[in-house]
Ligand binder design. Structure first.
Ligand SMILES: Nc1ncnc2c1ncn2[C@@H]1O[C@H](COP(=O)(O)OP(=O)(O)OP(=O)(O)O)[C@@H](O)[C@H]1O
Ligand SMILES: [Mg+2]
Length: 524
């Protein structure tokens, strides 16, 4: 299929061409004709597959330049309102259509002036839209189209009251369009209240996350998280990365820690002023900042070219958040990496995300110090060679260099200088779990499991259950001694914290597992 096949104006077709779109994406192909026919539509397709243009193309084709607001698009965040408004402006670049973003944090006077001059499409966050409605500076009586981008978020608890107040002011005859990569059943059911005979168009049958995203998780220990993150990003080839944290405070702390270690990182969260938020986004889009550290404020809809990595420094709260966060990479046909750090306590949460997205996320081990050092040394060598070959003036160091070379062997001088430079880059820390002497084989930790009564088990079954519960390979569960209702199992030292945290509060066939490191057998 081709964009030429749609019955849309040549001006819109020309804009689509200018934007470099060659063929419509699957959601665009299905949804554009339905919207053009005037249907209400619930459109669901994976992240980064062009949902914005799917509603944007028929919308700009429909609006006329009559200086009355004819369409309103609601988005959950300010950044998304700005971005969606920008995409609509591009789609209508050869037409006389005015699109205005209205959002909190920006001077309301400025927005009022623009609204007075006449606007055809408003893209806004619910709070600021309501503010304008109360002031009478925005009128919705001529609105024929209401669009909710990230609709499941907009109809969720945080926004639903505002949405209802806004919808009350729009003609019932309107066309209502909902879009998102995720649409949980309760929200889809609720949405019927605001729509008329909606057409459900879903592209992501079965596969919730975009297949272009390569997902892995790393088992990390809480106290080593920062080190683990640094090792991961030092060993990956990151073009641009978004690192998600749970809280604003977490974002601020991680940003500071990464900056202190020399990474080009900047933070984005709701406690910053709008000017600061705009600056951070601009720096990230311009690639002057390599890592955007953010709360879920950046999880939905944000489209930045060349984001190669998304890293969940803190595991997301719910499966939807996971899907949207990782969807910031692997967009529009490009490949992306999504890495999630998981502490022992969070293993169960990971499993529930996996079951919701319908796939198992493979695990990878944190690169060893040796691997990272190897990479770092290659980088250092490259930098030193580069400096030697450049025309940088280091004449001020020459007398010192001569002095050192007179007194010591050249190899020792260089070695000592490199060591000074390398020192303190990374260190293996102990993991904070001390299981003591458990009488296990070399390199293993032995646990005593009280499996409770009435549980039928074989050693093989127990090994399988343990492996599954804590997310390690069955092969890694070592020796098992199974008695009537208790057992000893041995697992490798590095898996021990995961077994410990994973099994401590677990149940097996409904029976509680009580687990503790085994007491060492007395030496005879
Ligand atoms: N037909 C097309 N051909 C090529 N690129 C496209 C096409 N349609 C959209 N794009 C580009 O693909 C990228 C992703 O589009 P968009 O932001 O609309 O995705 P989305 O489906 O809304 O994702 P999310 O669920 O994350 O909001 C954008 O950069 C957009 O310009
Ligand atoms: Mg979108």
């Amino acid at each position: 299929m081709n964009f030429e096949d749609f019955s849309i104006s040549t001006n819109v077709k020309k804009a689509i061409k200018d934007m470099g779109f060659e063929a419509p994406s699957p959601i665009q192909e299905k949804v554009i004709p339905e919207i053009a026919e005037g249907h209400d539509v619930i459109g669901q397709a994976q992240t980064g597959t062009g949902k914005t243009a799917a509603f944007g193309i028929p919308l700009v084709d429909k609006v006329t330049n009559d200086k009355h607001v004819q369409a309103i698009i609601l988005t959950p965040t300010r950044e998304l309102a700005i971005q969606v408004s920008g995409e609509l402006q591009k789609l209508s670049q050869h037409m006389n259509v005015r699109t205005l973003p209205v959002y909190g944090g920006q001077s309301i006077g400025h927005q009022i002036k623009a609204l007075k001059r006449g606007v055809d499409i408003v893209v806004g966050t619910p709070g600021r839209v309501l503010d304008h409605l109360r002031r009478g500076t925005l009128k919705l009586q001529n609105v024929h189209t209401v669009i909710m981008d990230e609709a499941d978020e907009m109809l969720d608890m945080g926004f639903i009251e505002d949405i209802e107040s806004i919808l009350k002011q729009v003609n019932r005859d309107r066309q209502t369009l909902l879009f998102s990569a995720t649409m949980p059943f309760p929200i889809r059911k609720l949405s019927n209240k605001y729509m008329q005979k909606p057409k459900h168009i879903s592209i992501s049958k079965g596969e919730v996350t975009a297949p272009s995203i390569n997902q892995v998780y790393y088992k990390v220990l809480e106290k080593n998280k920062l080190d683990s993150l640094c090792r991961i990003i030092d060993s990956e080839q990151v073009e641009l990365g978004i690192v998600f944290c749970r809280t604003k405070k977490g974002v601020a702390e991680l940003t500071e820690a990464l900056q202190a270690r020399g990474y080009m990182a900047d933070g984005l969260h709701g406690d910053l002023t709008q000017t600061q938020r705009d600056q951070v986004m601009k720096k990230f889009r311009d690639t002057t900042v390599e890592f955007l550290i953010a709360t879920d404020v950046a999880a939905r809809g944000i489209d930045v070219q060349n984001v190669s990595h998304v890293i969940n420094y803190d595991i997301p709260q719910d499966p939807e958040s996971y899907v949207h966060r990782i969807g910031r990479t692997g967009r529009a046909g490009k490949k992306g990496m999504a890495l999630t750090l998981v502490t022992p306590r969070e293993m169960k949460h990971l499993r529930s995300i996996e079951s919701e997205i319908g796939m198992q996320i493979p695990t990878q081990t944190i690169p060893t110090i040796e691997e990272v050092v190897e990479k770092q040394q290659a980088t250092w060598k490259y930098q030193v060679a580069n400096t030697i070959e450049s025309d940088v003036d280091w004449s001020m160091y020459e007398p010192m260099a001569e002095e050192l070379l007179n007194e010591y062997e050249a190899k020792d001088v260089v070695g000592a200088l490199l060591m000074t430079a390398f020192q303190g880059t990374s260190n293996i820390e102990d993991d904070g779990y001390d299981f003591g002497e458990t009488g296990a084989a070399q390199g293993m930790v032995r646990f005593f499991i009280n499996v409770g009564r009435n549980v039928e088990l074989t050693p093989k079954k127990l090994a399988q259950e343990v492996a599954q519960l804590v997310g390690i390979s069955e092969k890694n569960v070592g020796k098992i001694d199974l008695f009537e209702n208790f057992s000893f199992i041995e697992v490798p030292e590095d898996a021990a914290p995961f077994v410990y945290e994973g099994l401590r509060h677990s149940r097996l066939n409904g029976a509680r597992i009580n687990l503790e490191p085994a007491k060492p057998r007395k030496k005879r």
